[in-house]
Write a protein that binds this ligand. Sequence first.
Ligand SMILES: Cc1ncc(COP(=O)(O)O)c(C=O)c1O
Length: 390
Amino acid sequence: MQYAIANHQRVPITITRGKGCYLYDNHQRRYLDFMGGWCVGTVGWGNAAMAKAISQQVQQQFFTVASFILEPQERLAQTLIKLAPGKMARVYRVTSGSEAVEMAMKCARVATGKKVIISFAEVYHGHTYGAASVGSALTSGMQPGITGVEKLPLPTSADLAAKVLVQLEQRLRHKRDVAAVLTEPVWTNAGCYIPPADFFPQVQKLCRRYGVLLVMDEVACGIGRCGTLFASELWGLQPDIITLGKALTGGYATLGATLVTEAVYKKSKHIPHYSTFGWRLTDCIATLENLRLIQEQKLVQNSAKVGAYLLAQLQPLLTLRKVKMLRGQGLLIGVQFKLPLAPQIALKCYRRGLLVEFTDLFTLYLSPPLVLSRAQAKAGADIIKAACGI
Ligand SMILES: Cc1ncc(COP(=O)(O)O)c(C=O)c1O
């Protein structure tokens, strides 16, 4: 009998500890971790510097309400503002990626005085009602979701991307009731789809022309995952709002962030916003240390370099008739099959000591910790190739 419920559970392995890019089960078996906690892993598991920073903070830990100024919170907000693309000026403190998306939606509506949020079909933005409504997590029994949400088709090809741009322009011209376009800059959970390079610059241009805010959900693809610190940098974007979570903490804290420009802040600052556990001090210290280590160890560059190497190691898969496409940006890689083979390939990988995820029955989804070495990338790629029959 199992009591802690998560309906994603499908791997009958009990994980007990981690070190670097490896996870260990209760029989001391070692697994190379290409799941990386679904875009969470950065500095690797069991990191000594992280443990030191957190334990130092725990020894003087206190908890108080948002009525006070707390130095680690200020330091973290300033750090994020300095690192983020565009003109981010303020940060709303939240506890998770879903909450960061909720806050982004509230800010967008309040700042523009408009109601409609346009997102993309099949893209996951979180589990809470608002995030589920703009994303893919609103199943029929949960309806109705929040109103004022419209979805564009996911542009899975250059042709479709061009059509979606036309559709977006027509919609924005039709009625001036759109508050925001809310999307990921790279569609991670939808199957690691990478848009054509001019797609988001065009979306941003349309947003500016029609007075619509551009909200980039970087909860999954942000903080080095795609080979740049923020994935919006890939396309030279200056979003009005950015959401962060996951790799922001490297898995060492429970924290998210909604970054906004000063213009958005000025219009949204009066909205009720409180999160009891949003940015506890240990979480702030852990996040600051994670960001420091990412910079010190050049993990963003490592993501770009080792990600490209891993993608190259996987290229032979394309000679197989069952493999349809390989997509990669930094250490975010999708392997798409022509048939629903992903679960059985993942199982074969587990048996060979590699943990991989699948976004749907057709697509393997790789997001190892950003500290992945070339040797580990090669070892993992060899296992995937062997599991596919090479
Ligand atoms: C793109 C994206 N946004 C938001 C979320 C929600 O984050 P959390 O699970 O921390 O609530 C996720 C989680 O997978 C995500 O991938």
